[in-house]
Ligand binder design. Sequence first.
Ligand code: UDP
Ligand code: MG
Length: 344
Amino acid sequence: MIKAGNAAGRQAPVYSLVIPIFNEEAVLPLLVRRITALLDKLDGRAEAIFVDDGSRDTSVIFLRGMAAEDPRFRLIELSRNFGHQIAITAGMDAAAGDAVIVMDADLQDPPEVVLDLVAKWKQGYEIVYARRTKREGETLFKRITANLFYRVLEQMTSVDIPRDVGDFRLVGRKALDTFKRMPERDRFVRGMFGWMGFKQTAVSFERPERAAGETKYPFWKMVRLAVHGIVSFSDKPLRLALWAGLAISGFAALLGVYALFSWLFVSSVVHGWTSTVVIISFLSGINLFMTGIIGLYVGGIHAEVKRRPLYVIDRLTGFEEAVAAMRNAETSKDVPAGRERRLG
Ligand code: UDP
Ligand code: MG
């Protein structure tokens, strides 16, 4: 990891926007226009950090140009597609602002709402999330599954993970530094912010349609996110295995009594093939299911113990200031404590 000091002379921005990008060439020109307008409207110095998550289209070329042109734009290029949650993490690691705002690239998180988030932050809230009141242009299927997911998650975990909240949120320095101290590989970002406490509040907004291009979250990616969310914030599925095991053993014991009873008191008990087959297949099905659940957790442990870096940066653009500051920091020792900044 590169450590860049916020050396003397370099003024940290007040606001950092973090925007993950995966094949978003269709929406980028519009996005950059709206973000520029937002940066002008914010009442303090601001930076916009774009994290390219291994796009295979022209997104990177466009963003490199932007980052070279406007000193407020920065670009982190990851070496491959690491996934949305990791891309967000990379951006937040590099953010130097006192308040960091994470938003999607497709303008489903309208930049104007950021001003409302900032207003709440100024009232003293450390974490301000944007809650979707209406989802436009999303299929009924996506709305129903998303709805179901938030409700199941709520039932499964003891952590307060707010409903209908995605990753569009503002977090203050304290929350961000806490986030950086959470080393887990399996990053369900919204759950992590729910876990850490602090004064949190919500701002409502109507979620518009994607401005251009198509969703980068196909069905299976969504299922994966949902499973990761549950596994990393709840051990209820493991306990489910225990209870199901107990219930089935109880049932089997009853069945045993019944079998013994028939053998003792009923003369002809040769048939019973059907029930044997039914029970065996039922039990092996349950067995596989429970092993699968345990496998999910073992897989999680496996990922954790490998201790690989969360992401790999290929190239940085627009961070020259930070790199220069890093060189300064190496020669001068006057970096204020707690002000150092990490670039992945
Ligand atoms: N994204 C990403 N990496 C991925 C998938 C998505 O960085 O592997 C980004 C994407 O570019 C967008 C955000 O994550 O900025 C949310 O994706 P999308 O809008 O496609 O999700 P949806 O709104 O359909 O759930
Ligand atoms: Mg979207």
